[in-house]
Design a protein. Structure first.
Length: 89
């Protein structure tokens, strides 16, 4: 089960995400997106072996956890499944 993780520090490391998300289940993959957004924040995808683990991570971390205190809570949600991106309008 793939999760989208947003509002990360721009210099976030895969190992740091594995450590945080590993508390909630078996992390099978971590992919940090390269390139900076306008806000300077970074995003990543974290994959879990089981969907119940992903759900626990969302419920525990979404808008409740700061990777680095003072930089704001992270966003954790299900990654949209493939296909073209839906427009924001």
């Amino acid at each position: 089960t793939k999760l989208f993780v947003g509002n990360l520090p721009s210099d976030i490391q895969q190992e740091a995400l594995r450590m945080v998300f590993g508390h909630y289940g078996n992390v099978t993959n971590v992919h940090v997106m390269q390139g900076k957004s306008k806000s300077g924040q970074c995003c990543a995808f974290v994959e879990y072996a089981a969907s119940v683990e992903a759900e626990t991570a969302i419920l525990t971390l979404h808008e409740k956890y700061e990777i680095r205190p003072g930089e704001g809570n992270i966003i954790v949600k299900y990654a949209s499944s493939g296909g073209p991106r839906s427009s924001p309008y």
